[in-house]
Design a protein around this ligand. Structure first.
Ligand SMILES: CC(C)(COP(=O)(O)OP(=O)(O)OC[C@H]1O[C@@H](n2cnc3c(N)ncnc32)[C@H](O)[C@@H]1OP(=O)(O)O)[C@@H](O)C(=O)NCCC(=O)NCCS
Length: 110
């Protein structure tokens, strides 16, 4: 399910699906007309490492493409697990910046 909403100037959407007792969800915000930001990707812990994260990412990127984005960006928090950034890189994201909060920003053409 994709819930679209408009809070302020940034068009936003929330993606959520239920699989048994597990959920996957993510928020999408518009950074600029060409770029969306993916926030808070989440898979219920009992359902992790079963391909749901990849499925969630596919849905988010499909939404971005359908809605005219050329780029998807997101950040990896400084306290994220070691495996998180390589996981995004395997999905085609590349790091392009580190901000003053130590967040590593990654980007992908969609
Ligand atoms: C990040 C997240 C969305 C990935 O979803 P997922 O459904 O587990 O991912 P997938 O099943 O599509 O991919 C699995 C791959 O991710 C990596 N991975 C996932 N969980 C891992 C873990 N606990 N330890 C090491 N690698 C892990 C591995 O490469 C794994 O492949 P493998 O099982 O063949 O080794 C999910 O783990 C999550 O919601 N985590 C909590 C929130 C979070 O950390 N978000 C990222 C913040 S920047």
């Amino acid at each position: 399910m994709i819930i679209e909403h408009n809070w302020g100037p940034h068009r936003e959407a929330y993606i959520t699906e239920q699989y048994g007792k597990g959920i996957i969800c993510a928020e999408i915000r518009r950074e600029d007309p060409n770029t969306c930001i993916l926030h808070d990707l989440f898979v219920t812990p009992t359902h992790q490492r079963s391909g749901y994260g990849r499925k969630l990412m596919r849905k988010a990127l499909e939404y971005a493409t359908r809605n005219g984005c050329r780029y998807a960006i997101l950040f990896v928090a400084p306290d994220a697990e070691q495996w998180v950034q390589p996981w995004y890189e395997r999905l085609g994201f590349e790091q392009y910046a580190i901000d003053d909060k130590g967040r590593r920003w990654v980007k992908k053409n969609v």
